[in-house]
Design a protein around this ligand. Structure first.
Ligand SMILES: Cc1ncc(COP(=O)(O)O)c(C=O)c1O
Length: 397
């Protein structure tokens, strides 16, 4: 008898398939705008100097590899919570705390299992479109998954339609919102939009889950936290998933946290006891290294300054590439059509290119982006902007 005879193969992640096709392309002028990692002008995903320095310190100071606790590294949790909610946020005294997780993905899975176990029969509402892994994580946790409109077929943010849809969400359900740098579209809500979303959240008594995977990549470390801090100040209860993958360049070290804001110190401890229980069954205790690096940086004024400068340089590089691409499209009369690329924030851009145009870009010009027309702007080099603009013009005109 074969135990595995009935197992069928599931398709691989389409973005990873795109990576394979890119690697196999022998055209030396190929362009990779697919996978969501930041690249510098040389096309490398760098390790920030602050991270390297923190690692050198850890090599000397680390005395044990024994387990860290269920909520992870306490210093990391305290400093990350300050980064997310603001250094002097009074909530941090007793009503809010972070639990360390393996990356932002781990935080989302912990949140999903917490909702499934502790808030039964609550659905979760995701933006349409959203990061595809959101869909599978919440489905895997057995939650009812619904969608609210976010960007329409005209490639525009649909705030009114979004608010109308959220107004129909069953009372008490969970709504996932991208706190900044929306993946995959790059379209973010304005502060005014956020205030309107908050009103609906209050009226429908929804529980927001803010996914905060790109703090510092949009408009700046503090500016990007606008929605998170507004919701934390105005609502008694809130879930926030934070990732250190992009802003600390720690992708493979799997570093992130789930932050909980609760109505009282006592309730916070009840929730945290459940999180520790769930995490015990998922990964037992989180990996130590990335969190120790982040804690060393955030707890040391000099390293923190260096890291903030490095992050700001990454952010500004992406912003200038966005402006540069729109300028490079000017000679083709396409600057207005693609003006949204300069307004979008974060690594990704919904370009508005159709799947057929994306295919043509790939087949004829070795430009690789996701079929939805999502381009990783952080994957570009400034000297390749003209080449990309020419290719886009050829498939558009
Ligand atoms: C919207 C969003 N949330 C969460 C994550 C999770 O990041 P990680 O698990 O790599 O920390 C990502 C990563 O691409 C993302 O785009």
């Amino acid at each position: 008898m074969s135990h595995f005879a009935t197992i069928v193969r599931v398709p691989g992640d389409p973005i990873l398939g795109l990576m394979d096709a890119y690697r196999a392309d022998s055209n030396p002028a190929k362009l990779d705008l697919g996978v969501g990692v930041y690249k510098d002008a040389q096309g490398l995903t760098p390790i920030p100097r602050a991270v390297k320095l923190a690692e050198q310190g850890l090599l000397q100071s680390e005395t044990t590899k024994s387990y860290i606790g269920g909520h992870g590294d306490a210093l990391f949790c305290a400093r990350l919570a300050q980064l997310v909610l603001g250094v002097d946020n009074p909530l941090l005294q007793e009503r809010a705390a972070a639990s360390q997780t393996p990356g932002g993905t781990g935080a989302l899975r912990l949140a999903a299992d917490f909702i499934g176990r502790c808030l039964p029969n609550r659905g979760i509402w995701l933006s349409d479109p959203t990061w595809p892994i959101h869909e599978s994580i919440f489905a895997a946790a057995g939650l009812r998954v619904g969608h609210y409109p976010y960007v329409g077929a005209d490639n525009q943010l649909q705030v009114e339609t979004m608010l109308e849809a959220l107004n129909q969400v069953p009372k008490g359900d969970v709504v996932l919102l991208h706190a900044c740098c929306h993946n995959p579209t790059g379209f973010d809500l304005t502060p005014r939009d956020w205030k309107r979303v908050l009103e609906v959240v209050k009226a429908r008594e929804l529980l927001p889950l803010l996914d905060f995977a790109y703090q510092g990549f949009g408009d700046g470390l503090e500016q990007d936290a606008f929605a998170v801090r507004l919701f934390a100040a105005e609502l008694p209860e809130l879930l926030i998933t934070s990732s250190c993958s992009k802003n600390f360049g720690l992708y493979r070290e799997r570093t992130g946290a789930l932050l909980v804001c609760a109505e009282s110190a006592d309730k916070l401890q009840d929730v945290r006891s459940q999180l520790a229980f769930i995490a015990r069954n998922l990964w037992s205790t989180p990996p130590a290294h990335g969190a120790a690096v982040v804690a060393s940086i955030l707890d040391n004024a000099e390293l923190k300054r260096l890291w903030m400068d490095e992050l700001e340089a990454m952010r500004q590089r992406v912003v200038s590439l966005r402006l540069g691409l729109v300028q490079a499209l000017q000679p083709y009369g396409l600057a207005e059509r693609f003006a949204h690329i300069a307004q979008q924030r974060g690594m990704f851009s919904y370009t508005g290119l159709s799947p057929a145009q994306v295919q043509q870009l790939r087949d004829k010009y070795s430009v690789y982006m996701v079929g939805s027309g999502r381009a990783n702007m952080a994957g570009l080099a400034a000297q390749r902007l003209d080449q990309l603009a020419r290719a886009i013009a050829r498939v558009c005109i």
